[in-house]
Structures are given as C-alpha cells and as structure tokens.
Ligand binder design. Structure first.
Ligand code: ATP
Ligand code: MG
Length: 427
C-alpha cells in the first residue's frame, strides 16, 4: 500500500485549537490599523522573481538561499513571496498610487510568506506576516508612527517583556564610507569569522554584523558604529525618530549591529524582540526603504514599514499566558433521539441558524446520552431535545447547561426563549 501523503517539511496546519487564537490576533491588528488610518489590501502570493532579486537585493540570505522560485508554464521565473514590502511597493507604483494626493499611502496586509529555511520552533517555510507600510513620505515622524503602530498591537495583545532595538543604516551617501571603515576593521580579523561572513566581506560586509553565531558576534563587538558615520541628513532624520519615540514614551535601545537582512533599508531600521522566544526572538522587524521604488524601476518614492510574524506572536502570547479571547463554541445542540425524526430536527436546526443561534446536531447516530455528553464536552450552553413525543405536542425540551434548568417550550416560542437564555437579545 502506498504511504499516506504528508505535508512538506516546515509547513504547518493551523487547526481549530489554534485558529481562533490567530483570529484574535488579527482582529486586534485590524482594529489598530483602523485607529492609525491604515487600509487593508490583498496582494498576490506570487510575483516575478525579479521583483525580489532587484528589490530585496541578490546578496541577501532571502534572495540567495531562501526563495521558492519556479518556472511557470509560460517560461517565466516566478517566486512565492518571501515578504510583503516589495509587493506592496510594486502595487503602489503599478496602480498609480504615487499620483494620488493622499500621501503617504498607508496600507497593510496579512498572509502567508514562503522562505526555504531550516525549520525549527518559530521558523517555518510557510509562515504568516502582518505587513504595514506607509509609502510616499520622508518625514521621520512616519517612522515613529510605524514603530508605535507595531507596539500598539503588542500592547493591546497584552505582550510583555518586549525590547525595541533601533538603528540607522544610513543612505547611499554615507553608507559607502561606513562600509569601507567597517572593512578596514574586519580585514585583519576576517579569518576568525565564519565562512558565511567571510563570503559577505566583499559583497555585503554590513551583513557580518547581523550574523547570529556567537563567535562572529563577539568578534564584531568593537566594530565601528554606523551611527558615527551618518551624513547630515541621515543624522537629523535619526535624531528626529529618537525624539519622536521619546515624546510618545517608547523605550528603545540603540543597536549599532542592527542592519536587517534586506538590502532595501535606508536610514531607520528596527526590531521588536521578545525575551521569551529563545533563538527566534524577533516578533517584528522593519524600517525605512527610500531606494526600493527606484530599484524596481519606479520613480524615487520613500517608504517605511514593518512585518510581524503571526506564529511568533501567538507563541509568545501562549508562553506569557496572555488572554487570546474565547474559543468559539456552538450555542446549542439539537438532540434528536429517534432516527425517524431527524428531518424535523434538521428543519428546527435551520430555523435556529436563520435567527443567528449557533447550533449543530449529531450526524453519526449517537445515543441520546452520548449526544448530551458531547454537547457538554464541546462547550455548548444548552441542548434542544426534539423527539417524537415532543413533536406530537409541538414543543421542544430546552436544557440550560449553566443553570441545569430544563423546560418544555412551544416550538413557535423556541427562538425567542433561546435568544433570551443565551443573552442574545430579541432579533
Ligand atoms: P529572523 O532574523 O528571525 O530570520 P528576519 O529578519 O528574516 O527574521 P523579517 O524578514 O524581518 O525577518 O520578517 C519579519 C518577521 O517575520 C520576523 O520578525 C519574524 O517574526 C517573522 N519571520 C521571519 N521569518 C520567519 C520564518 N521563517 N518563520 C516564521 N516567522 C518568520
Ligand atoms: Mg530570516
């Protein structure tokens, strides 16, 4: 016999036990988006490969090693999106949002991203991101708004023990100088760094600062800070971001090593880290990307945004024992002890559902006793017992599991009785 087919490595099934927690997180994110004036968009999950190789940068880990790329039937190179920012910018330009008077465009989306990484806790090959972008304004206060927005989501979710790390990665004016300064620091020590870092020396030495290996981290501890090499414009921008954060009471630390994995960042880069997540400790990352639009062939358009991993948010919330709302339950179970009356039970069930009373019934031929038992196990608030005897008398036996009260109610009054019992008010 053939083996039962399993899902690919590094992907997860989000089952009912977990999906309601996701819904809670997404509902809060949606509310915060509204409160900050961000509008939701739905973008495709695949794009031309070029969007990412040119947008994210082809010396980054994401583009070099992690992309799910394939040739489609029209012989085009297609990639499952590894992140949302490049697509968001593509859409902004393609749909002519840059010509609208409404700047910056404040957009958000949520959905799956795909990266071919080594699967481990908090790191998957398909994972979900909340992605917020403000495109079309240079103002450092938009950076502040973006950082605030991400933290406001976490605050409303009840997350604690978070750290905000901020840095500036400069711009094409000042970064080349810094890069040279960094190379001079690294060169005499280079043979002690890991092979990946050695490979980064020529192509993208800033990424060496981002290496997660303990030895490399220690070696780069004394590396010059980009903050000391910023040009006037980047310096002023960064100072304003810091002042803005202070004004709204956001505590942050400066992390000169924070360069982020994607090439498109300019000026502000930031991450929110959770002390409870272990190695995969970033719950969100983001920053400014004033050159992204040009690198994908558009006009110069500034932008700033962040992406937050939904799995890591839920994991952290579980670890911290945060409330995740309530698991949805069906209100009542319709219990029909006799098989010959199932059609009438179905009719009754339909009448409850039409009135917004969450209800279900057994389809597996269970006994009355075990139907009642599973109704309780599933957390229903009550049961409606509808057998031949009740049908003849045009009544239904309604049991309230909370009060243990049981009452016979005329069928015609069942809906209003149940709405009252469940605290739903009158329809
Ligand atoms: P990391 O350093 O953990 O690899 P990253 O810098 O690659 O993160 P970003 O590209 O900034 O991550 O993505 C933003 C957020 O998306 C991360 O902070 C994290 O919460 C989440 N994330 C990134 N990659 C994964 C993954 N493979 N599985 C689950 N969540 C992820
Ligand atoms: Mg990564």
């Amino acid at each position: 016999m053939a083996e039962t087919i399993k899902g690919p490595r590094g992907v997860r099934d989000i089952l009912p036990e977990e999906s309601w927690k996701w819904r809670y997180v997404l509902e809060i994110a949606r509310k915060v988006a509204e409160d900050f004036g961000y509008q939701e968009v739905h973008l495709p999950i695949f794009e031309h490969t070029e969007l990412f190789s040119r947008g994210i940068g082809d010396t980054t880990d994401v583009v070099e090693k992690e992309m799910y790329t394939f040739i489609d039937k029209g012989n085009r190179s297609i990639t499952l999106r590894p992140e949302g920012t490049a697509s968001m910018m593509r859409s902004y330009l393609e749909q002519g949002m840059h010509k609208s008077p409404r700047q910056p465009a404040k957009l958000w989306c949520v959905g799956p991203m795909f990266r071919y990484e080594r699967p481990q806790k908090g790191r998957y090959r398909q994972f979900w991101q909340l992605d917020f972008e403000a495109i079309g304004a240079k103002d450092p206060l938009v950076d502040v708004e973006i950082i605030h927005l991400s933290l406001e989501i976490y605050r409303r979710l009840g997350l604690r023990n978070l750290e905000v790390a901020v840095n500036s990665v400069g711009c094409p004016q000042c970064r080349p100088l810094y890069r040279e300064g960094l190379r001079s620091f690294l060169e005499p020590r280079l043979d002690k760094f890991c092979p990946t870092c050695q490979g980064r020396y020529d192509r993208n030495p800033l990424r060496i600062l981002d290496c997660k290996k303990e030895d490399c981290k220690n070696l780069s501890e004394e590396a010059p800070s980009v903050l000391e090499h910023l040009c006037k414009e980047c310096r002023e921008h960064f100072d304003m971001v810091c002042r803005g954060l202070e004004v709204i009471g956001i505590h942050y630390t400066l992390d000169k090593r924070l360069v982020r994995g994607l090439d498109y960042y300019t000026k502000t880069a930031y991450e929110v880290l959770s002390g409870d997540l272990g190695a995969q400790n970033a719950v969100c990352g983001g920053g400014r990307y004033d050159n992204l639009a040009e690198s994908i062939g558009g006009p110069a358009v500034p932008g700033v945004g962040f992406a937050a991993g939904v799995e890591r948010i839920v994991l952290t919330m579980e670890q911290q024992g945060c409330s995740l709302g309530e698991e949805p339950r069906v209100d009542v179970m319709v219990i029909c002890p006799e098989p010959e009356h199932r059609l009438q039970a179905m009719e009754f069930l339909a009448s409850l559902r039409k009135e917004g009373i969450g209800s279900s019934m057994d389809y597996t031929g269970k006994s009355m006793k075990s139907q009642l038992k599973s109704a309780l196990q599933e957390g229903a608030s009550g049961a409606c017992i509808l057998g031949g005897d009740e049908l003849t008398r045009q009544v239904v036996g309604i049991k309230n599991f909370r009060t243990q009260e049981q009452k016979e109610v005329p069928l015609a009054e069942a809906v209003s009785y149940l709405r009252n019992m469940l605290g739903l008010g009158n329809s």
